[in-house]
Design a protein around this ligand. Structure first.
Ligand SMILES: [Zn+2]
Length: 392
């Protein structure tokens, strides 16, 4: 944990003495025409020592909710009562923000700033900007959140991306009540949180808002919710006095795309009927017929209809020689492993159809193996299939 001295905490051109707030800028690269680009920064330095909590916003320029949240959080955090420091970077990507676009329109080749961390001092413009930002952040920040909000293309409702470490999940839960949708990060590199992870620190990516929430009232609501979370994190890590709230129904999973079955406007309801996806809706009679066609249907075959989570824990199985998984998704793969792996005999085989095809499936396999200390080598069958032999 970093601690501030009496000389104060310095980020870019901003130096805040203990118990004070300073504004300044992280100096970025110059444009071709000679204009210097600066990343604005607000340093709230607590009167007493503690961790440094760093907040990034508007890495994507079409996401104005994060800057609003920083503005509101600034009003709510009293430096005189703070232990440690809060560094607010309300607009990491100023040219993208000025253009209200996801990336800087002047930079074609490093357009998505959230994929290029820790940046590159010799790279394209946005690589250099990310490098300047990272250099300012890497030694100062103990923990980091990047605020996103869907952007021009989508709406996202209180979702968090974490890495696999408990401290990352702890920071996610410290976002507070309502923030229970916690997902494994699908980009293992390139984001500020990934760079923080590689530096042995902790970061998360949070999402709330997006295109349908930019009416003044909803915009203010989203900014307010995010600002409350920034303060809640200060409560959780004992940087401010106050009672933190937590999500009461936190679940960890994986992001999946739910694709419309036909082109047009997709209006999802609660209780989406997956049977409308013809490739996923196969009758029990059809499954029986397929077994029969390959002469595999006899009295020993049992079909269990229903969700893996409901049917597999009580499946009429005692010992397995081969466990063949084809769950596609994170939870379905995890449900099957949890119920059936303990029944796999030592010397038996696990075959996973989707290990290479779906990152969500691979994440479930990796999580389960990590949690249960399974170190048996995974062998590739082809571009997607894989297996291992249980040796203990
Ligand atoms: Zn974003």
């Amino acid at each position: 944990m970093s601690t501030q001295s009496n000389e104060g905490l310095t980020v870019g051109t901003a130096t805040a003495k203990p118990g004070t707030v300073a504004r300044g800028a992280i100096m970025g690269p110059k444009l071709a025409g000679g204009v210097a680009v600066e990343i604005p920064v607000v340093v709230i330095n607590g009167a007493e020592g503690g961790p440094t909590f760093w907040v990034n916003a508007a890495i994507h320029g079409d996401e104005p909710e994060g800057p609003l949240a920083c503005m509101l959080a600034r009003e709510r955090i009293d430096a005189a009562k703070l232990r440690g420091a809060v560094v607010l970077v309300p607009c990491v990507n100023p040219l993208a923000f000025s253009a209200a676009e996801r990336g800087n329109p002047l930079d074609t080749f490093a357009y998505d700033m959230n994929r290029i961390y820790p940046g590159n001092a010799d790279g394209y413009f946005t690589d250099r900007l990310a490098h300047a930002h990272w250099e300012a952040m890497k030694d100062v920040a103990d923990m980091e959140i990047s605020i996103h909000s869907g952007g021009a293309h989508s709406f996202l409702d209180k979702a968090i991306f974490v890495d696999e470490r408990p401290e990352s999940v702890e920071l996610a839960k410290a976002m507070g009540a309502g923030w229970g949708c916690i997902m494994s990060n699908f980009t293992k590199a390139g984001s500020p949180m990934a760079a923080m992870n590689n530096a042995g620190k902790v970061g998360i990516t949070v999402e709330l808002g997006g295109r349908s929430y930019t009416s003044p009232e909803r915009f203010r609501y989203v900014g307010d919710e995010l600002a409350k979370s920034i303060v809640n994190i200060c409560y959780h890590y004992d940087m401010l006095d106050g009672d933190a709230t937590y999500p009461d129904d936190a679940t960890k999973g994986q992001q999946e795309a739910l694709l419309a079955p036909a082109s047009g406007i997709f209006l999802p309801d609660e209780g989406v009927d997956f049977s409308i996806f013809p490739q996923l809706a196969v009758s029990a009679a059809q499954v029986r017929a397929n077994f029969d066609r390959y002469e595999l249907l006899d009295d020993q075959v049992r079909f269990l209809e229903g969700w893996f989570a409901d049917t597999l824990p009580t499946a009429p199985i005692t010992d397995l020689a081969v466990l063949r998984l084809d769950g596609d998704l994170y939870q379905s793969t995890m449900d099957a492993l949890t119920a059936l792996y303990p029944k796999l005999s030592v010397g038996g085989y696990v075959i996973v159809d989707d290990y290479g095809a779906f990152p969500s499936c691979a994440a479930a396999i990796d999580d389960y193996r990590l949690e249960h200390d399974i170190t048996d080598s995974i062998v590739s069958v082809d571009w997607t299939g894989a297996y291992w032999q249980r040796t203990s």
